[in-house]
Design a protein around this ligand. Structure first.
Ligand code: LMR
Length: 327
C-alpha cells in the first residue's frame, strides 16, 4: 500500500512538473478603445498571429474598452507586472518622457504620411527608446489618425471655442493648445468622455473619426469640425522586466508577430477613418463642418505659438526634423 502511495505521488509530481513546464506565458493586452478601431483590430490580429505561431507557448488575452485598466492606470499596472502589453496614445506618456510631446504639437504634421515618415526616420526610431529609463520598452508606433474637433456648437473659427469646456487627454501640450484659443481644457480619461458629453458637463472634445464613431460621441455632439489639427497615434509598450524575462527566440517571434499586427493596424487606419466619417455623416446625428482656407489659417495662427512654449522640453532640432517630414 505504502509502495502504491509512493508510486502515485511520484506520478503526480511528474505530471505536476510537466504541467508547470508546459504552462503558456500569458500576455494581457489592455487598451481603452472599442474593438472596431485600428488599435482594437491590431490587438486582435496580434492574438490571432500568436495563436497560430506560438500555440501552447504564449497566450494573449485582449481587454478592450478600459475593461481591465483605464488610461491613467495601465502603465503603473504594467510596472507591477499586472499587464504585459498596452498601446497608450503618445499624448498620455508625458509622465514618463517629455520628448514624445512632439506628437501633440498642433498643426505640426500635415497628414498621416508625414507622421509615418517621421516615425520611420532616425529621430522617430530613437524616440521609441525614450521610456527605457522608466522600465518601459517601446516596441513600435501604431496609427489611429488625425484629430477632429467635436462640439455642441459649430466651430468655424477659434473664437467659437472661447469659454467652452473641452475634454483633453493628460497632456500639457493639449492643455496649452486649448488655452491658446481661450477655451477651458479638462484632462479626463477616455472612458468618461461619452457621459461628460451626454450630460453636457463639457461642450466638446478632440478625437479621431474612429474614436468619435465607435464610442458614439457623434450621437451627443451635433457638430464635428474637420480640422485635422493634430495626430492621435500610439506607442505599443511593454515592461523591460517582462521583455527581458523572455527567452531570446521567443522574444524575436513575439516582436515579429507584433510588427505584423502593427503593419495590419496601420494598413486599415486610413480606411477606417474615412469609413467612420462617412457613417457619421450618414447617421445625420452630427453635422461635419468644413473650414475654408482662411478659417483654417485662423486656427493655425492661434494654436501654433504652443510650439515655442514647449520647445525647450521637446528640443528645437526635433521639431525641425518633424516639420521636415512634411516634404
Ligand atoms: C483618448 O483618450 O481620446 C484616446 O487616447 C483614446 C485612444 O486610445 O485612442
Amino acid at each position: 500500500m505504502r509502495l502504491l502511495t509512493a508510486a502515485v505521488t511520484t506520478i503526480a509530481l511528474a505530471l505536476g512538473a510537466q504541467a508547470a513546464v508546459a504552462a503558456p506565458i500569458e500576455i494581457k493586452f489592455s487598451h481603452v478603445v472599442a474593438e472596431n478601431t485600428p488599435k482594437g483590430q491590431m490587438a486582435l490580429k496580434f492574438k490571432e498571429l500568436v495563436d497560430e505561431r506560438l500555440a501552447g507557448k504564449v497566450e494573449v488575452d485582449v481587454f478592450p474598452s478600459s475593461q481591465l485598466f483605464g488610461d491613467n492606470k495601465v502603465l503603473e499596472a504594467m510596472l507591477l507586472g499586472d499587464v504585459q502589453l498596452a498601446a497608450p496614445s503618445l499624448s498620455k506618456l508625458q509622465k514618463y518622457t517629455k520628448k514624445l510631446q512632439i506628437f501633440d504639437l498642433p498643426f505640426l504634421f500635415k497628414d498621416m504620411a508625414a507622421v509615418e515618415r517621421f516615425q520611420k526616420g532616425a529621430d522617430g526610431q530613437k524616440l521609441l527608446g525614450s521610456l527605457n529609463k522608466k522600465g518601459l520598452v517601446g516596441l513600435g508606433y501604431l496609427h489611429n489618425g488625425m484629430k477632429q474637433l467635436s462640439a455642441s456648437n459649430p466651430l468655424k473659427v477659434p473664437a467659437d471655442a472661447a469659454g467652452r469646456k473641452f475634454r483633453i487627454m493628460t497632456s500639457d501640450v493639449l492643455q496649452a493648445q486649448f488655452e491658446a484659443i481661450d477655451a477651458v481644457p479638462l484632462k479626463k480619461p477616455f472612458s468618461e468622455v461619452f457621459t461628460l458629453l451626454q450630460t453636457q458637463a463639457i461642450d466638446g472634445q478632440e478625437n479621431t473619426w474612429s474614436n468619435i464613431y465607435s464610442k458614439k460621441f457623434f450621437e451627443v455632439q451635433p457638430f464635428i469640425t474637420e480640422s485635422n489639427h493634430g495626430v492621435l497615434d500610439y506607442l505599443v509598450v511593454t515592461s523591460a522586466e517582462f521583455w527581458m524575462s523572455l527567452d531570446k527566440d521567443l522574444q524575436k517571434e513575439l516582436k515579429k508577430a507584433l510588427d505584423d499586427a502593427i503593419t495590419y493596424g496601420n494598413g486599415i487606419a486610413a480606411e477606417k477613418a474615412s469609413q467612420d466619417k462617412q457613417k457619421i455623416i450618414d447617421s445625420k446625428r452630427s453635422k461635419v463642418v468644413n473650414l475654408t482656407d482662411a478659417e483654417r489659417q485662423q486656427w493655425v495662427k492661434a494654436m501654433k505659438p504652443v510650439w515655442t512654449q514647449f520647445e525647450d522640453e521637446i528640443g528645437a532640432d526635433l521639431i525641425k526634423a518633424a516639420e521636415a517630414s512634411n516634404q
